[in-house]
Ligand binder design. Structure first.
Ligand code: NAD
Ligand code: ZN
Length: 392
């Protein structure tokens, strides 16, 4: 196990070794590290099917093995999907916790992807003025991105992640074993964030991701079972190294600017200025990573037209995304029923409420190569320039 520290969180990054009892490791770390009268596991319906019973059993086993521990373990299952990341779901969960008599010493364990992590994290941030939180990310996206950095939030009809808080988890348990049940499209979704992270900070990692695409990605798809949900365990070793590198980079960036006060943290938003706007117009048809994949291509094109990035680097970025079955142009969303929404005006409107903006000026992270950025933070880009790239 490799341990990284990001803000107040200990991030435990496990190897993909199938003989390692990761559930027991999680249970021991939580119960011995964060003594409490009550542990609450929150997960969604999909994840519950695969991973809930075994985590519950591991927690009970640790409690039963120690006569001095009499904590109770309870479980709350929420619906799956981005549409449930709302103030209403948060209120429902809070009311349930109050009725269940959960007190301020409760430790909340978010078992799931970024939707569960963001929502449950926000509940933990405000329940009785905040309770301790642990993340057990089960999607690639949650492992490399959403569980790291302390941001928690819910969506509103006007925009994603508009109401939230900073509430770093005490522990984040990153075990690639959970990915065995994740559908290939969701793995690709997380690869978009992995590729983004390499693109802003690490040229060697970028080259490795690009050059292994044929080996690892095609292999994933060749071995998946008829239901399309099973990933060969041996392939997890490849992913594990990308996961560890991504977490190291994101932790560095977050530790240097925890609350986005000096602007350097917004580097992790490469692809997200345009990507978030696309995502909000296509929801629920496009996934976050798919929208930011296209956002990265368009924002990299802005960097090309400003003379920071070469056209051949833009092509390499596109080829890499394509190799992981990610979209690279808005035309790739043509089959979505909401694709006609993707007009320049609507996209600019959505970008106008981006939290990164400086007043009305929009900000975009400009690459200077595949592995570095033109500035130490996002750059102000004129609307006309963004519009021209979108319309092209
Ligand atoms: P998600 O949580 O919706 O998970 C995707 C789907 O996979 C869901 O249907 C889920 O039930 C299912 N699933 C999860 N784990 C599984 C497993 N191991 N096996 C089988 N199925 C599984 O989506 P996501 O992509 O993990 O997260 C997206 C969210 O993360 C967005 O809301 C985004 O805004 C947020 N996000 C937050 C931050 C942050 O800093 N807080 C950063 C990036 C993204
Ligand atoms: Zn993202």
């Amino acid at each position: 196990i490799e341990i990284k520290v990001c803000l107040d969180s200990q991030i435990h990054i496990g190897s993909a070794d199938s003989s390692f009892d990761y559930l027991s490791y999680i249970a021991r770390s939580v119960i011995h590290g964060l003594p409490s009268s009550a542990y609450l596991i929150v997960t969604d319906r999909n994840v519950a099917k695969f991973h809930l019973t075994s985590l519950e059993a591991a927690l009970h086993a640790v409690i039963e093995a120690n006569a001095r521990i009499s904590s109770k373990v309870s479980t709350y299952i929420m619906p799956s999907g981005e549409a449930t990341k709302t103030r209403e779901t948060k209120a429902g969960m809070e009311d349930w916790m109050l009725v269940s008599g959960l007190t301020r010493d409760t430790v909340v364990i978010a078992l799931g992807g970024g939707v569960v992590g963001d929502l449950v994290g926000f509940v933990a941030a405000t329940y009785m003025r905040s309770v301790r939180l642990c993340h057990v990310p089960t999607t690639l996206l949650a492992m490399v991105d959403s569980s790291v950095g302390g941001k928690v939030a819910v969506d509103t009809p006007l925009g994603k992640n508009m109401i939230g808080a900073f509430h770093p988890a005490k522990h984040i348990f990153v075990f690639p074993h959970f990915l065995v049940t994740l559908p290939a499209r969701e793995v690709a979704n997380g690869m978009a964030e992995v590729i983004k992270t390499a693109a802003i900070r690490d040229s060697t990692m970028f080259r490795l991701i690009a050059s292994s695409a044929a080996d690892i990605w095609q292999a994933f798809k060749d071995v998946k079972d008829a239901s399309g949900t099973c990933m060969l365990e041996s392939r997890l070793h490849f992913l594990q190294s990308f996961i560890a590198s991504s977490i190291a980079i994101k932790s560095d960036i977050v530790n240097a600017d925890p609350k986005e006060l000096n602007g350097t943290r917004n580097l992790v938003n490469f692809g997200h200025t345009i990507g978030h706007a696309i995502e909000s117009l296509l929801l629920p048809e496009a996934l976050h990573g798919e929208a930011i994949a296209v956002g990265m291509c368009l924002e990299a094109r802005i960097a090309v037209t400003k003379g920071h990035l070469t056209i051949s680097e833009l092509r390499s970025l596109r080829d890499c995304l394509k190799a992981y079955d990610l979209p690279t142009s808005m035309l790739d969303f043509a089959k979505c029923a909401s694709a006609p929404n993707l007009t320049v005006d609507k996209l600019l409107d959505r970008m106008a409420i981006d939290k990164k903006n400086a007043g009305i000026a929009k900000k975009v992270v400009l690459l200077s190569s595949l592995g570095s950025t033109a500035e130490k933070q996002a750059s102000i880009v004129e609307d006309a320039h963004i519009a021209a790239v979108i319309a092209a």
